[in-house]
Design a binder for this molecule. Structure first.
Ligand SMILES: *[C@@H]1O[C@H](CO)[C@@H](O)[C@H](O)[C@H]1NC(C)=O
Ligand SMILES: *[C@@H]1O[C@H](CO)[C@@H](O)[C@H](O)[C@H]1NC(C)=O
Ligand SMILES: *[C@@H]1O[C@H](CO)[C@@H](O)[C@H](O)[C@H]1NC(C)=O
Ligand SMILES: *[C@@H]1O[C@H](CO)[C@@H](O)[C@H](O)[C@H]1NC(C)=O
Length: 443
């Protein structure tokens, strides 16, 4: 009795408080715990696309998802019309949040978004093409997306002053058609998850991605503290195994413009097993040294896992041996080991082929790749082992980049507050998939 009266009192207080409380984030009239975005695979580039509403009036704009990317960048050269756009003046709090002291003027013929005097700069990179713009104006504008209760999208949330960086038209090369930039989910103060948690109150610094191989339905990205419910009603937040996130102290940008830690997500891979047979890997390749070389990272912009040449050779030879007496067919680039599709029966997880374990901090902590994550259907009749060899003449800084094909239909939670990654087994094993989040809005 006492406690229920107390609750009513609290409830009344909170109504009064909400009505009179002045707030800089006046547009945020309720406090979402989590946000949600549909994510769609583009068939021609194998990149993943999200649509965000930005600017005033709000306009839907498409961005390629970059899991390890440092921030949102958008082409400001064309069609940037918004009454709420602001460039970040040198010395402003936006510049310090963006961690840049690079201050410049603009001498182009017309000023406008992307060209103002006395503004701070960053260096947006197209991580697909490897091109970098050496002067991108740090900016802010409105950004909006749906909140979620973990089951469906719900009310719209508008962030009045979301920090992003202006890119240019020539930075869009190799991105899907209709995309105007990249949405970085990486480890900086101005990445999407970090800004959501710093600008919304009590919002966990955490997000989860669930990519689908389908190019005609949506996978999902959650931000904040959410359950992750997939039809017909499986909550994956209850099924996660965890591994620590590892920090690479040295930037992994293609053309670094300043010294900073990498914004990408590294994990402590300790071995790779194929049908329980260990792939031999030189130990030194698995740890990150003081110049930032070594280790294993996750990437959504890399379509297929890329292995340093010596690892790749050992990996393919173990795989081929495990497949056994199945005749090979002519390789289809960039893959080397290909078979007739009809050589393998199909099961829930795709073609029935040897499985691969990505083993982490202990022998019981691993995620298992079954047929659909292992093989790529390159044509109606041909399947190839979906891993590629890194260049030998120019070895990659990171010897193992786990690419998107190997992340599909597995949910990964990036918990930045607790510096760990959670993952669940393939959703196909639970008879659902990343395409089965219920996007019917209950707003
Ligand atoms: C920046 O200032 C210079 C003069 O210092 C001027 O020539 C130029 O037009 C200004 N640019 C913009 C975008 O206002
Ligand atoms: C996170 O959300 C779940 C339900 O979605 C809730 O049970 C849990 O208490 C929340 N955790 C925190 C720390 O708020
Ligand atoms: C780190 O590894 C790279 C690549 O193997 C090597 O070139 C570099 O010298 C190493 N740095 C240190 C400090 O050991
Ligand atoms: C999706 O959610 C809506 C709203 O809650 C509900 O009406 C609908 O039945 C759900 N769809 C499925 C397939 O369960």
């Amino acid at each position: 009795m006492v406690s229920s009266n107390f609750h009513i009192l609290l409830f009344l207080c909170s109504i009064i408080f909400l009505n009179i409380s002045p707030s800089i984030n006046a547009k945020i009239s309720f406090k979402p715990k989590a946000l949600v975005l549909p994510v769609r695979k583009d068939a021609s580039t194998n990149q993943y696309i999200v649509q965000l509403r930005q600017r005033t009036p709000l306009q839907p704009k498409r961005f390629a998802v970059d899991l390890g990317g440092p921030y949102l960048w958008a082409n400001c050269d064309a069609d940037y019309v918004s009454s709420s756009y602001k460039a970040a003046r040198c010395g402003s709090s936006q510049c310090s949040l963006a961690d840049t002291k690079d201050c410049r003027d603009c001498f182009e013929s017309k000023s406008g978004p992307g060209c103002f005097n006395n503004t701070c700069r960053l260096y947006p990179e197209n991580t697909v093409s490897g091109r970098t713009l050496i002067s991108g104006v740090v900016s802010q504008d409105k950004l909006a997306l749906h909140s979620t209760n973990g089951f469906n999208p719900s009310k719209f949330v508008t962030l009045p002053s979301f920090v992003f960086v202006c890119g240019s038209s020539n930075l869009l090369e190799d991105l899907p058609k209709g995309v105007i930039g990249m949405a970085g989910l990486g480890r900086t103060k101005i990445s999407l998850p970090n800004q959501f948690s710093s600008s919304l109150s009590n919002f966990h610094n955490k997000f989860a991605i669930c990519l689908t191989s389908s190019t005609s339905s949506n996978g999902v990205i959650f931000f904040g503290n959410s359950s992750y419910v997939f039809l017909p009603g499986l909550d994956l937040s209850q099924q996660l195994l965890y591994t620590p996130l590892i920090r690479n102290p040295v930037t992994t940008a293609t053309s670094p413009q300043k010294e900073e830690p990498s914004s990408e997500y590294f994990i402590g891979l300790t071995s790779i097993k194929i049908n329980d047979k260990i792939v031999s890997i030189k130990k030194s390749l698995l740890t990150i040294n003081s110049t930032g070389f070594g280790g294993t990272k996750l990437s959504t912009v890399t379509p297929f896992t890329v292995l340093e040449a010596s690892i790749y050779k050992s990996f393919v030879s173990v795989y081929e041996k495990q497949v056994g007496n199945v005749p090979k067919v002519a390789p289809v680039a960039p893959f080397e080991l290909c078979y007739k599709s009809s050589s393998f029966p199909r099961e829930r997880h795709g073609p029935e082929v040897p499985f691969i374990d990505i083993v982490l901090q202990g022998k019981d902590v691993f995620w298992r790749l079954f047929g659909s994550n292992v093989m790529v259907q390159v044509s109606k009749d041909v399947l190839c082992l979906g891993f590629v060899k890194a260049r030998e003449d120019f070895p990659p800084k990171t010897p193992i980049t786990i690419g998107a094909h190997q992340l599909e239909d597995i949910l990964f939670e990036f918990d930045l507050d607790r510096s760990r990654i959670g993952f669940a087994g393939s959703l196909l094993g639970y008879r659902t998939s990343c395409a089965r989040f219920n996007f019917t809005s209950i707003a």
